[in-house]
Design a protein around this ligand. Sequence first.
Ligand SMILES: [Zn+2]
Length: 212
Amino acid sequence: MPALVDELMSGDDAPSAVSSSGGGRPPGSSSLYPQQRAAADELAAALASWCIQAGEHIGVEAPRPSGLWWSAPGRKIDSETGEAYLVEAEPVGIRSASALTELVRWIDPLLDRVAAAPWAPEMLADLSRLDAGARARWAVEEPERRVQDIACPSCNAYSLVVTPVRVVGGQEQVTCSRISCGRVLSSQDWERLRAWSVLVARMSAKAEETSA
Ligand SMILES: [Zn+2]
């Protein structure tokens, strides 16, 4: 996910992952940039919010990286009780991709404990939806790809193939390429698998790489 945000935030560097797409606008063209930025903002804000929730759940303070945009704190009135209360600053966007790396590094070792929380499935669904949305907005067209970091849940081989989202809101098709298996994953199955992978494996690897 940090890698994706890096790419979403890079204004004119062509992300390598889409260099193979034929035709169309070059990635990172100025007309795409605001949309990419919005996707990165949305993703980062969501992750930061979930980190705060995770922190409250396990009783530790979540990081507040300076590379995030925060809303101004303020006062609100509770519509049920009529009581005034203070609203803390909320994450609303991202200025520096390192902020996301910091969040990932923080939440990664806590995921086991967070997974038991009643809202954990919601968190995973939310993050993977935003991640997929960001990818869909950014990678207008990408080739079918072999999944290298997630094994097929049926035969355990690294044989899953993804036919990517063609339109925002469209669904990825994921199938096992081994003829003896041929498992077809529902979008729900795939989302879950991918969410875990994104949160546990790739994100932590990327965080380590960045800190090295
Ligand atoms: Zn399989």
